[in-house]
Design a protein around this ligand. Sequence first.
Ligand code: SF4
Ligand code: SF4
Ligand code: SF4
Length: 244
Amino acid sequence: MTKSFLIDTSRCTACRGCQIACKEWKDFPAVHTLQTGTHQNPPDLGPYNYKLIRFKEYKINNRVEWLFFPEQCRHCDEPGCKAGADAIMEGAIIKDKDTGAVLYTELTKQFTPQQAEDVRSMCPYNVPRWSKEKGELTKCDMCFDRITNGAVPACVKTCCTGCMNFGEREAMIKLGNERLEKIRKTYPKATLLDPDEVSVIFLVTEDRKLYHEFAERRTPAPLPGMGRQEFLASLTRPFKAMFG
Ligand code: SF4
Ligand code: SF4
Ligand code: SF4
C-alpha cells in the first residue's frame, strides 16, 4: 500500500519548522531572500526550498483570518510532470510503486532548460523549480531516503502541532475524514483537496482559492508534439472528465 500525507491546515501555526527541517535534512544552503511585507518568506518554492509556508490574510465573517498552506509536491497518482518527461525521455521521472513517491532521476539532468520548462508546465500545482546552478529540475522527493529506512519525512517529524501527518494511504484518508467531521462544526467549508488524486492531501478550512493561485489545480496545455490521446492520458481524472 502506498504512503500519503495528511496536512491539516487548521492545526498549522506557521512556525516554519517543517520548512527549515526540509532544508536541514537536504543539507541545503541559506539563500538570499526578501521581506515582501508578508509572513511568507522566501517568497516562493525554489531549488533549495522544497517546502514553503504560504501565507494569506483575509477578513472573513468580520474576523481577521490567517490562512497557512504548507506547500510541497503532491506526489500525484497520475503526475503531469512525469507525463511531460515521458514525452521527452522515458524513465527520467518515475513513480515508485511501493511508496507512491514521484522521483526525479539523474536522467532529468540531461534536460535542456526548455525541456525542463516544458515538464514544469505540466504540473497542475506549479511545483517543480529549475536550478540554473545545479542544472536540474527540483522538487520534494517525499524524503525517499528516510521513508525507505523506516523514518517519517523530516517535515513531518518536526511538526509538533499535528498538522503534518504521514502513513499508509487508507490511514491518512481515515484521519482526514475524522478531522473533517470535528472541525466542520467550526469551519463548515472545510474539505480535503483532491484526496483521490494525490498522495499529499490538504485539509483546508476555507475555499481553496483563498490559499494561493495553485491550491486550485490549473489545466496544463499539451506539449508541442504531444498527441491528443497522450495529452489526455497525462491529465488527472477530473480533467479527463472535462475533455473526455
Ligand atoms: Fe505548520 Fe507544522 Fe510546518 Fe509549523 S511545522 S509551519 S505547524 S506544518
Ligand atoms: Fe509532479 Fe506536480 Fe504532481 Fe509533484 S505535484 S508529482 S511535480 S505533477
Ligand atoms: Fe522536504 Fe522531505 Fe518534506 Fe518533501 S517530504 S517537503 S523533501 S522534508
